[in-house]
Design a protein around this ligand. Structure first.
Ligand code: PLP
Length: 643
């Protein structure tokens, strides 16, 4: 478990037991635990096949509770005369059962929702109406993103249903529409402005801020908005200042700088007469995917408490200095709420090891090479083979680079000689086997050294085994492909035995990008391999990909027509567990329908074709029937490999 950094990134939700199985404890430290391997086994006995996304809604509730208690502690610590209201940004994961679980868990806290488009607003309204607090003390409904008249009208009129929508102006044109429509509807809108900060962002989403950012109002535009509101006598409607500097902000310094600038803007807008009382710091609260607690892209160099403290402290200082009343603090934390709750389970289908050699066999080749039928091997063996054998024999910790480059040179020379007919296939094979033996020997020596020279650093990855896993990276882990995002991956069983293989993972797609070859490490530097166990014949080997609850599902794509994975929502109870929802993944018929193929038409076309083939005796009737039956079954089934 240490090997995979499980205690560092998994606590308090994931741990390993003495039998080497991963446990999930959805309520954090105190509550009941469940063995993931047993859960997967029992789901498979119920025909729920892999890959399988396991959701633990209690983790969502715990994350929301943590977020609120950290802000409450920060508020108490700094004597902050105001409160905190969380808002869940739907873009992070819009799946219905998840959103319903978040709304239900957030009700005691008045957790709101954030929408960034018309469909997200539509679902927010419906979910809040169906699952929100009937007493009308729901959280805020923050309306971000580009808006047309319908978006703004829908948002404004939602206030008539008892919702608290805030139309956040991202472009000046939206303000004019909002004012015009609220006049038409005869209501007083709750308006916000999104500021384009000049504080530099960092990490992958650094372009979310700064002068050329896609969203938000610059300083002159903020002033223009204030003047427009003043001119129409509605400056009191401007109640919220929002900014967002990107997701997964790894460095607390970046967050502090942004808050400082935003707090000054807040003060300045109040001094201009705006009736502000909400400061919405957007998203960005990062998740520690590698457990390193550094400012690497996969981590963060601050805790949740640290984040809340710095926000409360910076805002209080700026407001107190200017004698301005403290705002209600809002954060739109998506990743930090949703990432932990979902685990993707996939099985290993097979493994492929790199060219292997029994070095002793090759090295021992002597004058009596029995595999050779030609006269004496010493005479028939090419000089290059001897050179490589000598290189192999001389490998030592102080000549690794030299040995490697010699081996490469001999292999390249052998390839050229073979092309011109000067090297036999037998010698070429010997050269290749010896070359790989040298690489393995050099790699093994490197493992004993404190540091690895740059030109040899690829050897671990080159010599790693490939484990084929039953999933699509494009469907289930798109950020690992598109953004080189790291997710913690480990077997969910056999952790009580030392893994002997170093491996990379290949998915089912026919795409060389469909692989996972960088893995998190608690050092903060990614590793080019994952330590895994050799598969045992007849036994499954399950890998869990953790912290995948944010962004992955909705950004996933149907490359090679692999569809949605099966999903199980699991509640862990002291006496067992309950599958609250089981959502079957796509069948081939469903995924084909998305690209406008009708399954019945397909079957009918194939049936007609087989009849012709039977008539012309190209296929026998039993084979034709077998083909049709397999085809129809394939259309009804899951898009992944059956085990
Ligand atoms: N708010 C806005 C406006 C966003 O664009 C995003 C996502 O990038 C978020 C909130 C959520 O950010 P995070 O998931 O980092 O909390």
């Amino acid at each position: 478990e240490e090997l995979y950094g499980l205690p560092a990134w998994g606590a308090p939700y994931f741990s390993a037991d003495a039998g080497g199985h991963v446990l999930v404890s959805p309520q954090g430290g105190g509550g009941a635990s469940l063995d993931l391997y047993d859960l997967v086994t029992s789901l498979r006995q119920r025909d729920v096949e892999l890959p399988l996304l396991l959701r633990f809604p209690d983790i969502l509730a715990d994350r929301i509770g943590q977020l609120y208690s950290c802000f409450e502690r920060a508020i108490a610590r700094y004597g902050y005369d105001g409160s905190y209201r969380g808002v869940y940004p739907l873009k992070c994961n819009q799946q219905r059962h998840l959103v319903e679980a978040i709304v239900a868990a957030g009700r005691p806290y008045c957790l709101g929702l954030e929408a960034g488009s018309k469909p997200e607003l539509a679902l927010a309204l419906a979910v809040l109406e169906a699952h929100g607090d009937p007493s009308g003390t729901d959280g805020l409904l923050i309306c971000n993103g580009y808006k047309d008249r319908d978006y703004i009208a829908m948002a404004l009129l939602a206030s008539r249903l008892g919702q608290t929508p805030v139309v956040v102006v991202e472009q000046l044109e939206e303000l004019a529409i909002a004012l015009e429509l609220s006049h038409e509807f005869n209501l007083e809108p709750l308006l916000g402005v999104r500021a384009k900060l000049s504080a530099a962002g960092s990490g992958r989403w650094s372009a979310s801020t700064g002068d050329r950012a896609k969203f938000g109002l610059s300083a002159p535009q903020l002033l223009a908005a204030v003047e427009q509101l003043r001119a129409s006598g509605q400056l009191q409607c401007l109640q919220l200042l929002h900014f967002h500097i990107g997701s997964q902000i790894a460095a607390i310094g970046t967050i502090k700088a942004a808050i400082r600038e935003a707090a000054q803007l807040y003060v300045a807008l109040v001094q201009l007469g705006a009736n502000l009382h909400y400061l919405d710091v957007g998203g960005g609260l990062a998740v520690d995917y590698d457990g390193s607690k550094t400012h690497s892209d996969a981590s963060k160099n601050y805790s949740l408490q640290n984040y809340a403290n710095d926000i409360a402290a910076e805002v209080k200082e700026a407001c107190d200095r200017a004698g301005v009343a403290l705002p209600t603090l809002i954060s739109e934390s998506g990743r930090a709420i949703a990432a932990h709750h979902a685990v993707l389970i996939a099985n290993v289908l097979g493994i492929n090891t790199p060219p292997e050699l029994q070095p002793s066999a090759e090295i021992a080749l002597s004058r009596s090479d029995s595999s050779s039928s030609d006269s004496s091997p010493a005479e028939s063996e090419h000089a290059l083979v001897r050179e490589l054998r000598d290189t192999y024999a001389a490998i030592a910790p102080d000549n690794l680079q030299e040995s490697y480059h010699d081996a490469v040179q001999f292999k390249d020379e052998a390839a050229s000689l073979f092309d011109f007919g000067y090297l036999s296939l037998r010698d070429r094979a010997r050269v290749e086997r010896l070359y790989w033996a040298c690489c393995r020997q050099i790699r093994d020596c490197l493992r004993t050294l404190p540091s690895v020279p740059d030109d040899l650093s690829h050897l671990e990855a080159t010599l790693a085994a490939t484990y084929y896993v039953n999933l699509s990276v494009f469907r289930s882990l798109p950020d690992s492909w598109a953004l080189q995002q790291l997710f913690p991956i480990l077997p969910i069983h056999r952790l009580d035995t030392e893994p002997s293989e170093r491996a990379t993972l290949a998915d089912l797609t026919c795409d060389s990008d469909g692989r996972l070859d960088r893995f998190p490490s608690t050092s903060g530097h990614s590793k080019p391999f994952l330590e895994l166990h050799p598969p045992v014949a007849g036994e499954p080997y399950y890998l869990g990909v953790f912290l995948v609850g944010a962004y992955q599902e909705i950004l996933g794509s149907a490359h090679n027509l692999f569809g949605d994975a099966n999903v199980a929502h699991v509640r862990v109870r002291p006496d067992g567990y309950q599958i609250e929802h089981l959502i079957r993944g796509d069948t081939a018929t469903e995924i084909l329908a998305r690209v406008h193929y009708d399954a019945e038409d397909l079957v009918e076309a194939l049936r007609r074709r087989t009849e012709c083939a039977i008539a012309s005796q190209q296929i026998a009737l039993p084979d034709a029937q077998r083909l049709l039956r397999t085809y129809e079954r394939g259309l009804r089934n899951y898009t992944y490999l059956e085990q």
